[in-house]
Design a protein around this ligand. Structure first.
Ligand SMILES: Cc1cc2nc3c(=O)[nH]c(=O)nc-3n(C[C@H](O)[C@H](O)[C@H](O)COP(=O)(O)OP(=O)(O)OC[C@H]3O[C@@H](n4cnc5c(N)ncnc54)[C@H](O)[C@@H]3O)c2cc1C
Length: 711
């Protein structure tokens, strides 16, 4: 805790202690108030302003310090100032006092509570951010909840200060009026408990719940309204129809079939979608062959006098197809039919929230899961169509290696394919308009990959904006703008890898009015529902991530919510999202990196371990890369990890597990790692963290103890 926070805690503790030590509570009793009423009235008569000011300040202090006495003071306000002025004075004093108590709790405790229990509080935080005002209003009106507890607890949440103030003032008003009014006839009151009759209590409770109930009813009406123009079938052919048999669609239908639902999966191209046919699988197969060539080139490093590879690019591309063929059965219609999924080859079109047309037949369904994926984005650069281009969809058709290849884009797909083609012998120019490749990673990570690319002969052109494609005398030229100058790059083939855009057109979304986001993905809520609560979206079509594992992860939520949402719905959980870029060096990440932590204003500490020092990496002649861990300052709680080096994508699994289950660096350090493995790097970084946090003061005493033991 900071000095400021300690000071505040001490000040509050002293004031609260003074209240009890000097028995100030005696002045906040009904008996004392009644006995002093004549004297107070007399003083008020001659010093009205001073009385109001003193009363106001004491009221603020009592509520701000969460001391008992607010009820008596509210009655006193009625007795002294009457209903109108008493209500006004108490209303402001109580709201200001409550806000001070709220602020104290926020200042002293919020950061540490959120840092410690942030994962568990995520759902509460999200609920407060969305509906905090409603909850607070209900709590203020229902007299069952002590106000001082509400102030302190709300201080720990992300509710905004002005919202807290005015909702508190509004919510407490009814209760204030009742007590101030009772105070105007204080002589008739014998006990405090009688002031709120059971009927009044029940009315307050109802009043408090009303806005929440009204909101829920409004949401229900709104949800029903979107269905108004459609006729709901009385019976359904399916429990769920899944559109698209990529990673997301396959997992959704697998889960639906596993829980015995009737599920129909519709795919218009190839089962397996992008990942199997044009994405992860072919790219990793190509990268593997390219890596073999890179090892041949590095033969001397492994103690070989000479190594040569005699290869045809066409054979490599045929191997890629063979690999796809070998993986294909995992995603095949036969396998899924065997699992109980009805697989239909054809283009799906959503006709209504309960009807999907495919091959001229209309199927009715209780729910729909849209898993239509994404496609490469082709920027509208002048001359691009005339010059001709490849994308990650079409590059797999190549059988002749382009002598000069331009790769447009420095993201993961562009980087992976840049290095692979360069290793096969293409002269590759990679063009990126930003100042770095792999812009999502920290600058030094991008730098490591860039250095390797350049060492392998790739011409990486940063801050080059592609402006125009030309064909001059039969030669293709890309014209770029760089620092205000025109740069011309001659090439034989260009691969466009500047991002992917969700498939949202042509299958009924427009007709149903399902909105898309700014990122052009299908808009969904936390439960992956579109504006039609029975239509869900997951995978690349929904974003925000574009990976196979995130598509499968979302698919679980989409399927389970689609089938059981009436009983219980689950919010898609994005708390621990990992990914890897399969360049050499490989880059893997989970959670935050430094750039993001800074952007989000999250305090962090960095610990690194250089893999160049790792025995196994040295033995393998792969002594390069690092493990970089971000932790909560002073704690071993992991905020994020980036690993660069051989098998980074595999190594990071340990940290994904650790983050998912709240395991800190101390426990990673206390785990036996096999020697000699790359995985030891995970332990060594934890060791570096431990050394940096060794209790120096205590160690000095231990040193003295040893010296004393030696005599
Ligand atoms: C070159 C490349 C490399 C990649 N490498 C990796 C990697 O290493 N790791 C990783 O995690 N991710 C990787 N990805 C990303 C990964 O491929 C995608 O995130 C993943 O495939 C998304 O799955 P999806 O089910 O959402 O969509 P898709 O796989 O695109 O599937 C959508 C399916 O829906 C079908 N469809 C669309 N509309 C209709 C319709 N109206 N009717 C019927 N069917 C329809 C499409 O034909 C398609 O088959 C890579 C992508 C590329 C391009």
């Amino acid at each position: 805790m900071t000095k400021g926070r300690w000071l505040l805690v001490v000040l509050i503790a002293v004031l609260v202690a003074a209240y009890f030590v000097f028995d100030l509570g005696q002045y906040f009793s009904l008996g004392y108030l009644k006995s002093q009423q004549a004297a107070i009235d007399a003083y008020y008569g001659s010093n009205p302003l001073q009385t109001v000011a003193a009363f106001f300040l004491v009221y603020v202090a009592v509520t701000g310090l969460s001391l008992p006495g607010a009820t008596i003071m509210t009655l006193a306000a009625g007795a002294i100032f009457g209903l109108l002025w008493g209500t006004i004075i108490v209303s402001f004093a109580s709201s200001i006092g409550a806000t001070l108590s709220f602020l104290a709790s926020r200042f002293v405790l919020k950061d540490s509570v959120q840092a410690k229990f942030g994962d568990k509080l995520r759902a509460i935080n999200a609920g407060i951010e969305k509906d905090g005002a409603f909850y607070l209003f209900t709590l203020r009106l229902v007299p069952a909840f002590p106000f001082f507890v509400i102030n302190l607890v709300m201080g720990l949440t992300p509710i905004r200060i002005p919202t807290f103030y005015w909702i508190s003032q509004l919510g407490m008003l009814a209760g204030t009026i009742v007590y101030v009014n009772a105070g105007t006839e204080i002589a008739k009151i014998d006990r405090l408990s009688g002031i709120l009759s059971p009927t009044l209590l029940a009315s307050f409770t109802l009043l408090g719940l009303f806005p929440l109930i009204a909101k829920k009813v409004l949401e229900l009406v709104k949800a029903r309204k979107v269905y108004a123009r459609f006729r709901r079938p009385r019976r359904f052919d399916c429990n769920v129809i899944v559109i698209g048999a990529g990673s997301a669609g396959l997992v959704s239908s697998y889960i639906a079939a596993a829980v015995k639902a009737k599920v129909t999966l519709i795919e218009m191209h190839r089962m397996g979608g992008d990942c199997l046919n044009t994405g992860c699988v072919p790219s990793k197969a190509l990268i593997r062959s390219a890596k073999f060539l890179s090892h041949v080139k590095r033969a001397a490093e492994f103690g070989m006098r000479e190594a040569r590879a005699d290869y045809e690019f066409a054979d490599v591309m045929e191997r890629v197809q063979r690999v796809i063929g070998e993986v294909e059965p995992h995603d095949s219609a036969e396998r899924y039919t065997g699992l109980g999924v009805e697989c239909i080859q054809g283009e799906a079109k959503i006709l209504s929230p309960w009807e999907v047309r495919v091959n001229g037949n209309v199927l009715t369904t209780r729910a729909i899961v849209i898993a239509a994926g994404a496609r490469p984005f082709v920027p509208p650069i002048a001359g691009i169509e005339q010059a001709g281009y490849f994308t990650s969809d079409t590059v797999w058709n190549l059988r002749r290696l382009p002598a000069r290849l331009v790769v447009l884009g420095g993201g993961p797909i562009g980087c992976e394919l840049t290095q692979a083609f360069a290793r096969f012998g293409s002269t590759v120019t990679q063009v990126e308009m930003l100042p770095r490749i792999m812009i999502r990673e920290d600058p030094e990570i991008s730098e490591m990959v860039l250095a390797r690319f350049r060492a392998e002969g790739v011409d990486v052109k940063l801050e080059h904006k592609a402006r125009q494609f030309l064909v001059e005398n039969g030669e293709k030229i890309l014209v770029c703008e760089h620092e205000g100058r025109e740069i011309r790059i001659a090439f034989d083939a260009v691969l466009v890898a500047v991002g992917r855009v969700a498939n949202t057109a042509g299958y009924g979304l427009e007709e149903l009015g399902i909105p898309v986001t700014k990122q052009r993905t299908v808009e969904t809520n936390d439960f992956l529902q579109t504006i039609y609560p029975n239509i869900y979206a997951c995978g690349d079509v929904a974003g925000p991530y574009q990976f196979t594992h995130t598509a499968s992860h979302q698919a679980w939520y989409a399927a389970v919510n689609a089938l059981f949402g009436g009983l219980r719905k689950f919010r898609a959980d994005y708390s621990v999202i990992p990914w890897a870029t399969f360049t050499e060096p490989e880059v893997a990440r989970v959670g935050l990196n430094e750039t993001e932590a800074r952007e989000k204003n999250i305090a962090y500490e960095v610990t690194t371990y250089g893999i160049d020092d790792l025995d196994r990496a040295i033995a393998d002649s792969e002594a390069h890369g690092l493990v970089k861990v971000l932790t909560v300052p002073g704690k071993d709680k992991i905020l994020g990890v980036t690993i660069v080096g051989e098998h980074a994508g595999d190594l990071i699994a340990e940290y994904i597990m650790a983050m998912r289950h709240g395991i800190g660096l101390n426990k990673v350090l206390g785990t036996i790692h096999i020697y000699p493995t790359m995985a030891e790097a995970n332990k060594y970084v934890a060791g570096n963290w431990k050394r940096a946090h060794a209790p120096q003061g205590l160690l000095k005493w231990v040193e003295r103890y040893h010296a004393w033991m030696r005599g």
